[in-house]
Design a protein around this ligand. Structure first.
Ligand SMILES: Nc1nc2c(ncn2[C@@H]2O[C@H](COP(=O)(O)OP(=O)(O)OP(=O)(O)O)[C@@H](O)[C@H]2O)c(=O)[nH]1
Length: 617
């Protein structure tokens, strides 16, 4: 279930600065941490840094509340709901103004607001802090869980000293639960890891205390004696702490002489620290010693002085224990009434403590509920954030999809248009080509008049129409000579000019056909009258012979001979017979001297010869 518990580089930097508390003052660490502000990039990094800044600020401003400094000043995000780091900051501020009950509530809240998303460096700090809060509230399960988390993260980061300190605290919890063997074993583990002299002293004192609680007084006594020897003339407080506990053991073991000697020595030393807890504790030891010696008055006075200190400083739990011992001692010395009073006071105090514990428990429960609510809020907030992000991504996707569709549609339309244009162009080219082919298949390439192929289909389309027509078959006279004299190319030119001249007078209903080499056919659809046919023939003859043809700077005079016939369009075979007849008329025209026309104006009339401008019957 656990995520990666190793510190990142950023966390390591923070850690090394905050752990320099033995050589640096809080304000120095505070300033050192400020230099890391720009390196915090994520929200969690900001929270970790802000928690330490806030905590160090509170340490510098103990008993001087500064309402102008809100948590937001430490970079806690206003956007997201408060998190564990924020509560730890608030806790530090409450401690600084001595609001310990509220501070302890916030300690609960801070620890229970932790999530796997929080940085290991924040989690280890808050977990360790919480061990004490939870123990004081009697929430031993919570305390053990917090200790385990602290140990786990310490192990993941090779923080031996931290792991040792946590184990030392865990041992005390185990001892309080009556698991003395486990407590001693945990304490041994701690002793192997701890190197710092202060921590080492405390852990050894813990061991002696556990042994004392387990009623292993001789072992306990040896440790206390060793600690006493180590600190004599070196550290008064350590000497006093070890000494006070040792007097208790001497007393319990009936070693009254040693007890008296030590107690006197301790009191002499403790008096140098008026108002201190060590003085109060020493006075309790002294009171018991005096009572044992029979000096009841001095003993009672001494105990009262100590009792006042405990009451003033609300250190009630040890006081209730001392009262019980005191009552026991009074009873043994025969002061039954005093013993009863002391015992009654002790019980009253125990009741008060229990009530206070219950309050503390209620506080803890409240804190748990609040933490759960906060976690839910945080989760909701993150979900909303994720939803917002997801929506954004979806919108971007939709936009991209729309763009893709639009692009695809555009490309499709574009390609369709292009394909359409290509088809159009191809169709146009094809139709042009077809037109061209059509033209080429129906026309004579030299003169551009219709060819015989066209005429055949034309006649076929008119088969049996019964329409009247006038057909002229024209042949250029002595054309071979033109070729011979002026060249074949000039001959071609002559053919072109002749065809143009023949076509110049034709109407849309009339057509001209290149019939052979120098032969042309003129087809006149539904001629009006015979006179008009004669005029046509005359006009055709004069159109050619009236002016020479100008080719290659030379004038070539040309005449034509014509065979003609006015006819009715019936069957093709009949038409072919008639064409042969026309051909024979043409032949006759040649025979009769050329430059003339011979034919029928009516199939039933006689043959007619037309000479240039004159008409001969
Ligand atoms: N330059 C040219 N000459 C052609 C073409 N087609 C046919 N000819 C020539 O036309 C001439 C026809 O000669 P012939 O049929 O002997 O008759 P002719 O010389 O016209 O004499 P008559 O018809 O008897 O008056 C031939 O010499 C062909 O070579 C052509 O397309 N171009």
């Amino acid at each position: 279930l656990e995520t990666n518990l190793e510190f990142t580089d950023f966390e390591k930097k923070i850690w090394s600065k905050v752990m320099s508390y033995q050589t640096n003052k809080p304000e120095e660490i505070y300033d050192a941490l400020l230099t890391l502000k720009d390196e915090a990039t994520s929200k969690k990094q900001h929270e970790l840094l802000s928690m330490h800044l806030c905590r160090l600020w509170a340490m510098q401003h103990v008993q001087v509340p500064d309402s102008s400094t809100t948590p937001e000043n430490y970079g806690f995000s206003e956007l997201s709901p408060p998190a564990a780091a924020y509560y730890r900051c608030q806790q530090a501020k409450l401690v600084s103004i001595n609001q310990l009950r509220q501070a302890s509530e916030l300690s609960h809240l801070a620890y229970h607001s932790l999530s796997n998303d929080d940085l290991p460096a924040l989690r280890i700090w808050l977990a360790y802090d919480y061990i004490e809060t939870a123990t004081e509230a009697g929430a031993f399960d919570d305390a053990i869980m917090a200790a385990q988390l602290s140990i786990q993260i310490a192990k993941a980061n090779d923080l031996a000293e931290w792991e040792g300190e946590t184990l030392a605290r865990l041992a005390l919890i185990q001892s309080a639960l009556g698991n003395f063997e486990q407590a001693l074993s945990t304490n041994s583990e701690a002793l192997q890891l701890i190197k710092q002299p202060d921590n080492l002293f405390e852990t050894q004192a813990n061991r002696a205390y556990i042994l004392m609680t387990a009623n292993r007084l001789t072992e306990s006594k040896e440790i206390y004696r060793a600690l006493l020897n180590q600190n004599k003339g070196i550290d008064d407080f350590k000497y006093l702490i070890a000494g006070i506990n040792l007097t208790g053991i001497y007393f319990s073991l009936g070693m009254y002489d040693e007890n008296r000697k030590l107690t006197n020595e301790l009191l002499e030393l403790a008096i140098r620290y008026p108002g201190s807890y060590v003085l109060a504790y020493t006075k309790v030891a002294m009171a018991n010693t005096l009572l044992q010696q029979g000096d009841k008055e001095a003993a009672e006075s001494m105990f009262l002085q100590a009792r006042l200190w405990f009451e003033e400083n609300q250190v009630l739990e040890p006081l209730s224990r001392f009262l019980t011992e005191w009552a026991d001692n009074l009873y043994r010395s025969g002061f039954y009434l005093e013993a009863f009073t002391a015992l009654r006071d002790s019980m009253k105090l125990t009741q008060d403590i229990d009530a206070s514990r219950q309050k503390e428990n209620a506080t803890l429960t409240n804190a748990l509920i609040t933490a759960e609510q906060q976690k839910r809020e945080l989760l909701l907030y993150e979900q909303q954030q994720q939803q917002r992000e997801a929506k954004l991504v979806q919108k971007q996707l939709e936009l991209r999809l729309t763009l893709t569709i639009l692009t695809a549609a555009f490309l499709l339309i574009f390609s369709i248009v292009m394909a359409y244009k290509r088809v159009q162009k191809t169709n146009q080219l094809l139709s042009e080509k077809n037109q061209h082919l059509d033209y080429a298949s129906n026309h004579d390439p030299l003169t551009n008049v219709y060819n015989r192929r066209y005429f055949e289909s034309f006649v076929l389309s008119r088969e049996n129409s019964g329409d009247k027509a006038f057909v002229l078959l024209i042949d250029i006279d002595h054309f071979k000579k033109v070729n011979d004299v002026y060249g074949h190319k000039a001959g071609d030119e002559v053919l072109i000019v002749v065809s143009k001249r023949l076509a110049s007078r034709l109407r849309s209903t009339e057509c001209i056909v290149r019939w052979g080499g120098e032969e042309f056919l003129i087809f006149i659809d539904r001629p009006d009258q015979k006179e008009q046919c004669i005029q046509i023939v005359q006009r055709v003859l004069s159109e050619i012979n009236s002016s020479p043809i100008y080719v290659n700077n030379q004038h070539i005079s040309v005449t034509i001979s014509i065979g003609f016939m006015a006819l009715t369009l019936e069957t093709i075979s009949e038409f072919e017979i008639k064409l042969k007849k026309i051909d024979s008329f043409l032949y006759q025209a040649k025979e009769q001297g050329r430059n003339r026309a011979i034919g029928y104006l009516d199939e039933h009339l006689e043959k007619l010869t037309i000479e240039s401008t004159a008409v001969e019957l």
